[in-house]
Ligand binder design. Sequence first.
Ligand code: BG6
Length: 286
Amino acid sequence: MPIEQRDKEVILTLPSDESTSVKVLLHGANILSWTIAGKEQLWLSEGAVLDGSKAVRGGVPLVFPVFGKASSGPTSTLPQHGFARLSTWEFLGQVSASPLTVQFGLGPENISDAFRKAWGFDFTLIYTIALGADTLETAMRVENTSKVNWDFQILFHTYFRIPDVDKVEVNGLTGVSVKDKVSKSDYSESNTTVTVTSETDRVYEDVNNDVLIASAGKPLFHIYRKNVADVVVWNPWVNGSKNMGDFRPEDGYKSMLCVEAGSVSKWTTLSPGQTWECSEKIKSSL
Ligand code: BG6
């Protein structure tokens, strides 16, 4: 069965290869697992909480309508990274057999009263997930169904599984403006290849190139983005991992790297009735 709907999850399986699949938790529409020929592509914490009481640590959490914590404005009353990853999405069904594609939806009726009160705008999010033989494509359509303008940020917070953080390289970021949250400084990326040797938390703004994650020169993931200009690179390293109760094993930072495609350095404004779309396609060579 290419699409299996369970109580709390939806599983897509390629008819041509049953060991190529994607598992999506309705809570957060969080992709928990993406396997190609049986090989897991994403990192999911062994301590991830999947019962809907908090955001999932791993896979692909969705960040909306705010990235991080806003200090002012209508999203400042929302928790870090917004409510999309903390709400249970509706499964809208299969929309294509080839590539195997499903959709999930989120609107005001799906979020808690507290979130409605904190951010009182009307909206519709349609999240599309397409599974290919060696690709995973995610797309988001954002619609303002309110009578007033509102602003948002959005991000696919992808936790990639990598063989060894000491060998990982991120290409395509040279010359890009960086907001570095660890050194609390702004600069232009001078390295042709970004490596990760300590706690890393950077927003690369307006990245024009496609991004490639490699391991000692061997390509792992090609990332192709549409309408998501920014790329966040995050690895919590030793202390950051220890300090997160749901990050397990503690040395799991060695086998994960978040490379997150989003529109987060600026706010996007939608007027009533207006829609906005973005997508990310990941091609794996892992
Ligand atoms: C990243 C942010 O996107 O998400 C980091 O840049 C943050 O600053 C990380 O620590 C994880 O966030 P959370 O809320 O899932 O712990």
